[in-house]
Design a protein around this ligand. Structure first.
Ligand code: AHR
Length: 502
């Protein structure tokens, strides 16, 4: 067992816990929508065809916002196809995922689902094959009052009141050569600026997200953000970040340090946005919407879209099975997002159901939780109040991908009203338990409310529909506070949550 010294102090406040950090994503991709959230033949389906079991799991997961309808899908999407009488809606080829889109679910259905799930919608507009006009039309359809063409269409389609969607994504991954209608940074920056300017002529209070990079690995990373923000700084509030290249490819040590890469991503984008700000001599700051992140095994067969003449509806795509090590990494990525709460103002775990997802479903059958469900649900439930940076004095280990990394990573939150404090920590060691010795004397009177650990002697254990409970967060009975010092033992490859009360 190796000792790690940590210090908790309310003076290390980074900023508030933002509910939007716990967002997710529903794309018309594979079985996320069809047989995921929507399955009219399912025994729990409501009158709209929404699975109540999935709604329940979505609420349990603690999701705050849901981005919709894509993803790569949005860059070829005509939103008009998905509104009005279902039997009159056209089927179309979705080029992004080589699938057939029946348009059974569209904006109105999604908004009804979001209402039932209790989540805030984050709507994306198509800036791949479309432009300013179609974005304005969708805005009018969603948020317009009575008396204009599209607002009246929405009313006729059953939604009398405007949806009042606040957050809008101006396209998706426009830096990616795989994107339909991808653009250079300058082309996209101009289009984002003009789309944002026009949308704000309708409603100056909209919160707009410009596309940032699809990863630090993109050859245009950094320069993309600089150019896009130079063009669109005044018209947007956020720049997005997407990252998926964290996967275990035989080097578990590097994989467990993936959050250091997310730290680097956020800090590099922040620096670039602030450099543009300095150059423009303005007060306004741009924040980050990390609106696609997860572990994703992109090289596996299940990530390959159909080819040739095969254009199936809702094929099995990107249905990764996550193990315990994946859950530890997801927990660590949440630690990274929280620790950057001063600049990361929104984030979306991609995706919600079936497609690289915490929730899985069988068509017409069972739904179940993947291992990554647990750290997300726990962080969403217990991160309350302020985020506190934790001072960590931990041994380091060498990784092939990210250089030296600390064996333990952690962040804390504290509710200033109640004094309730939660420590979130991971042990990245492959073999050794760690003894966390936490100096909490700056927070007098704390006692342990509960402590849980997610770990397993076999870190490759994955949940299935038959068994999604035998490995889950379990009570950690080693946690105790004495004289303002918390000690807790955490096993190798583990995600840990210690809740302290005043
Ligand atoms: O989430 C899966 C895909 O990953 C999204 O459609 C796209 O935006 C990203 O490349």
């Amino acid at each position: 067992m190796f000792p790690v010294r940590l210090t908790l102090d309310p003076a290390f406040r980074v900023g508030p816990v933002r509910r939007r950090t716990f967002g997710s994503f529903v794309e018309h991709l594979g079985r996320c929508v069809y047989t995921g959230i929507h399955d009219p033949a399912h025994p729990t389906a409501d009158a709209d065809g929404f699975r109540k079991d999935v709604l329940e799991l979505t609420r349990e997961l603690g999701v705050s916002t849901v981005r919709y309808p894509g993803g790569n899908f949005v860059s070829g999407y005509r939103w008009e196809d998905g509104v009005g009488p279902v039997e009159q809606r056209p089927a179309r080829r979705d080029l992004a995922w080589h699938s057939l889109e029946p348009n059974t679910v569209g904006v109105d259905e999604f908004m009804r689902w979001a209402d039932l799930a209790g989540v805030e919608p984050m709507m994306a507009v198509n800036l791949g094959t479309r432009g300013v006009q179609e974005a304005l039309d969708l805005l009018e359809y969603c948020n317009g009052g009575a008396g204009t063409l599209y607002a009246d269409q929405r009313r006729a389609n059953g939604a009398a009141d405007p949806y009042d969607i606040r957050m809008w994504c101006l396209g998706n991954e426009m830096d990616g050569p795989w994107q339909i209608g991808s653009k250079t940074a300058y082309e996209y920056g101009r289009l984002a600026a003009e789309t944002g300017r026009a949308m704000r002529m309708v409603d100056p209070g909209l919160e707009l997200v410009a596309c940032g990079s699809s990863g630090v690995v993109m050859p245009t990373f950094g320069e993309w953000e600089r150019i896009v923000l130079t063009e669109a700084y005044q018209q947007v509030d956020y720049v997005s970040a997407h990252a998926y290249y964290w996967e275990e490819d035989g080097d578990l040590g590097s994989f467990l340090a993936s959050a250091t890469d997310m730290d680097h991503f956020v800090e590099a984008v922040t620096a670039t946005a602030d450099a543009v700000r300095a150059h423009k001599k303005v007060d306004k700051r741009i924040h980050i919407s990390f609106d696609e992140w997860n572990v994703w095994y992109q090289k596996r067969a299940e990530s390959k879209p159909p080819t040739g003449d095969d254009w199936p509806v809702a094929p099995v795509l990107l249905e990764d099975r996550y193990n315990v090590a994946d859950a530890v990494v997801v927990g660590n990525l949440l630690i990274s997002l929280l620790r950057h709460t001063d600049r990361v103002h929104a984030a979306s775990l991609a995706q919600l159901v079936n497609v690289i997802a915490p929730i899985m479903t069988e068509p017409g059958g069972r739904s179940w939780k993947q291992t990554i469900f647990h750290p997300f649900a726990q962080a969403s439930r217990h991160a309350v109040g302020d985020v506190l940076q934790v001072a960590i004095d931990a041994p380091t280990y060498e990784t092939a991908r990210y250089g030296d990394a600390a064996l333990v990573d952690a962040v804390a939150t504290r509710d200033p009203e109640t004094g309730a404090t939660t420590l979130f920590a991971v042990n990245r060691s492959l073999t050794e338990p760690a003894l966390l010795e936490v100096d909490a004397r700056a927070l007098p009177g704390l006692r342990v409310l509960d402590a849980t650990t997610l770990a397993n002697p076999d870190h490759t254990w994955s949940a299935t529909a038959d068994d999604d409970t035998s490995v889950a967060p379990r009570p950690n009975t080693t946690a105790e506070v004495r004289d303002g010092r918390l000690t807790v033992q955490v096993p190798p490859v583990s995600w840990n949550v210690v809740r302290l009360g005043a």
